[in-house]
Design a protein around this ligand. Sequence first.
Ligand SMILES: Nc1ncnc2c1ncn2[C@@H]1O[C@H](COP(=O)(O)OP(=O)(O)OP(=O)(O)O)[C@@H](O)[C@H]1O
Ligand SMILES: [Zn+2]
Length: 455
Amino acid sequence: MDNLSLQKQDIEELRSEIAKLRAALYTKEQQLQDLEQLHAQQSGNDPDSAVVQQEHEEKAEVHTHLTNDDIARFSRQLILPGFGVQGQLKLKNSAVLIVGMGGLGCPAAQYLAAAGCGRLGLVDYDIVERNNFHRQTLHSEKKEGMSKVDSARIALLELNSSCQIKCHTRLLNSLNAFSVLRAYDVILDCSDNVPTRYLLNDACVMLGKPLVSGSALKMDGQLTVYNYGADGPCYRCIYPVPPPPEAVTNCGDGGVLGAITGTIGALQALEAIKVIVGLGEVLAGRLLIYDGFSNLFRNIKIRSKRPNCHICSAEPLIRDLIDYELFCGMHATDKDNPLQLLEPEQRLNVFEYQELQSAPHLLLDVRQPAEFEICQLPSAVNMPLAEILDDSYVKRFSSQLESKEFPIVVLCRRGNDSQIAVQHMRNRYPDHSIRDVIGGLHAWSNKVDNGFPIY
Ligand SMILES: Nc1ncnc2c1ncn2[C@@H]1O[C@H](COP(=O)(O)OP(=O)(O)OP(=O)(O)O)[C@@H](O)[C@H]1O
Ligand SMILES: [Zn+2]
């Protein structure tokens, strides 16, 4: 490798090291904040309550007129019938909380700040990563490794410097949800996981706040407004029980196009504006289903309030926030959630696999073909997990499976699917040497070959 390439590699390594240190620092800061808050609550001196109090006092300063700058800036929406000066003033006096500064949160925040929403709260615990740029359009290249909330704040202030932006750089959980949500009029769920959806729903019902909920995956999106109006259902009215964890896919695993999240995020901003201004027909009790593949929008009626809903009925069973990760059997973060299905002797670390590489073996890569096409190890054979689980592999590799001595190594992106595959294969061939690679291709790239692409 020449000098310049070595320098470039050092730069990349340092960047990635700094990003990891920042992430660790944010997590610690968040733990500290939550502990401090718990301590203060228990000793009757809640700092967040003081902040909320202060915010309410700030809120007391109600804007009663538009400035000349407002008039010039918002002229194109001011002349809209049904919006007008009163609508603009309502927006100027409003406070909207956006949970998740990712694919949905970025466009939603962008349109709300641009439209003149007076106060925006941004919640996210995560940092900007390179794979965010294609859809999380407030985060630009120079901000890699920065907290998403700070990055979004900078971009939003460039767009509208008079928007007041409060950063909540933390994982929203049952401990902090009330104190964070309380100061806002409308909440946007731009998160990507089921525990957070239930948490936000329950907190919004208990606080009496409308929840604009969006989701997007692959080429599809969905949108609705929960807890709005006398008969508007909540999330639990529609989904009383969480889905099984294996039925849930996120963008990191299923993929998504930026224009899809952009569409749904912009529509979330629109619904928030309608709620605040009292404009048009709010999408409550209805679900918008967007099929980006055919560019079709369907708008279906969903049920009204469930009379025996555990949270929004007259006699709710749930009267306080619960442990949502436990309730859903899933994590609220997609970071570092390694499965622990296999025994240590059923696994290889990347260095052990590196040694084995020169010996005869069968390397099965259980990722999707589209992922395999992006990058693969030499001699790897693509056998997607679904085809392991439906036993298609038995026929295809019958000759290799005949000999118990012939080792099989299973590999995936992060070392979770590979364990599921090994567990399944071992049930059928308990005496074979079938092992997976701990940490998958991410670990390979981090520890063995920095030049191997990470996605
Ligand atoms: N409970 C929570 N508290 C704070 N932020 C949350 C919470 N749950 C989810 N988020 C944030 O919501 C955002 C969801 O956006 P999105 O799925 O587009 O981003 P991502 O997690 O970066 O994507 P990928 O799945 O590709 O890694 C993320 O930035 C995530 O950190
Ligand atoms: Zn309900």
